[in-house]
Write a protein that binds this ligand. Structure first.
Ligand code: 4NP
Length: 148
């Protein structure tokens, strides 16, 4: 079983969506994967995902409401096979923390290495719909390419 960890800054907006979408696809396609997400910060430790992320996931048939934010740990370095960052800052923070190889989600799905924009800083729901679409396309391509 391959183990995949998705990472963003707060683990309340972007990486919870990536976790939920990856779990959904793995279930649909019967892929043998363990999937989790975490934050490079502990700012929201123990909190559920932000309301807009829960809402946009729910509109797409994915329940992420029971997830809880947690910070990344040293044990994650050896436990997970693949670590996937949402943006360049996450990637460099993870490399400085000790991860040897960090994927960037925007390198998949035809986004030419773009950062997944942080919707936390954009008020309103529309940003979350765009982020959902991007994360869905990237995660789907990532699983196709790396986890068959
Ligand atoms: P995330 O979004 O990294 O996608 O979970 C953020 C959530 C919270 C903060 C920043 C980004 N914050 O500054 O508290």
């Amino acid at each position: 079983m391959k183990k995949i960890l998705f990472i963003c800054l707060g683990n309340i907006c972007r990486s919870p969506l990536a976790e939920g979408i990856a779990q959904h696809i793995a279930q649909q396609k019967d892929l043998d994967l363990e999937i989790d997400s975490a934050g490079t910060s502990n700012w929201h430790e123990g909190e559920n995902p932000c309301g807009h992320s829960i809402k946009v996931a729910g509109q797409n048939g994915i329940d992420i409401s029971k997830q809880r934010s947690r910070p990344v740990t040293k044990q994650d370095i050896t436990y997970f096979d693949c670590v996937v960052a949402m943006d360049e800052q996450n990637k460099s923070d993870l490399e400085n923390f000790g991860f040897t190889y960090v994927y960037k989600l925007g390198d998949f799905g035809g986004y030419q290495g773009s950062d997944v924009p942080d919707p936390y800083f954009f008020p309103g729901f529309e940003g979350f719909e765009k982020v959902f679409e991007m994360v869905k396309n990237c995660v789907s391509d990532f699983l196709e390419q790396e986890c068959k």
